[in-house]
Design a protein around this ligand. Structure first.
Ligand code: AP5
Length: 195
């Protein structure tokens, strides 16, 4: 099963992605986590992307596609995976199609969109900024991340809807209730399509 999670910054992609990965026994690939680890480790990739990420801008497509390619080349993705935070624009979505074909992986089954009001995601991100100090969880970067999301990533909803892959779900409520809704959508898709 190959799933992607879409949604604004703070919509719960990471939280739900981790739970879904454990539940279905497939790996989760978060481009944001890989990039943050590179920054933390002082890796050359991290040095390239640190300022861009802290400002809330998107990292260069070629760099991110390289990260995804490296991960999809690993054997544990053969039976499925969860993409969190990738693709972020139409160019990355097209690159993903090419990558899946190159690595002889089947196409993505479902694009799950977590729909959360902007006021709520801002509240969640400001809270996390206070509690954990993530470099891009302050007011200016949050505003920029949301603008970039609307301009670059939101159009992907229509892109995947046109391909019959999109399911939009309410991303407000308790973490457990949202997980139940997501798992139900995935199980329903699997039983319908015999995955
Ligand atoms: P990335 O790491 O992908 O961050 P993001 O999209 O901004 O998303 P977040 O991680 O902030 O939120 P989330 O939706 O995962 O929600 P979460 O579960 O964490 O990207 C960061 C940066 O990396 C980008 O800005 C860019 O620079 C770069 N990058 C990454 N991928 C890229 C790509 N493909 N192309 C180019 N650049 C890329 O939850 C957020 C908070 O809310 C947490 O504190 C959580 O505990 C809380 N929460 C979760 N669910 C609930 C709930 N139901 N109720 C209350 N609180 C909740």
């Amino acid at each position: 099963m190959r799933i992607m999670l879409l949604g604004a910054p703070g919509s719960g992609k990471g939280t739900q992605g981790e739970m879904l990965a454990a539940h279905y026994g497939i790996p989760r690939l978060s481009t944001g986590d890989v990039l943050r680890a590179a920054v933390r480790d002082g890796a050359p990739l991290g040095k390239q992307v640190q300022a861009v990420m802290a400002a809330g801008e998107l990292v260069d497509d070629a760099l991110v596609v390289g990260v995804v390619q490296e991960r999809l080349d690993e054997a544990d993705t053969a039976n499925g995976f969860i993409l969190d935070g990738f693709p972020r624009n139409v160019a990355q979505a097209r690159a993903l199609d090419r990558l899946l074909a190159q690595t002889r992986r089947l196409p993505i089954d479902l694009a799950l969109h977590l729909d959360v009001p902007i006021r709520e995601v801002v509240h969640r991100l400001l809270n996390r900024g206070t509690e954990q100090g993530r470099a891009d969880d302050h007011e200016d970067a949050i505003r920029r991340r949301l603008d970039v999301y609307m301009a670059e990533t939101h159009p992907l909803l229509q892109y995947f809807d046109a391909r019959g892959m999109l399911v939009t779900l309410n991303g407000s409520g308790t973490v457990t209730a949202i997980f139940g809704t997501l798992a139900h959508a995935i199980d329903e898709h699997c039983s319908r399509s015999g995955v």
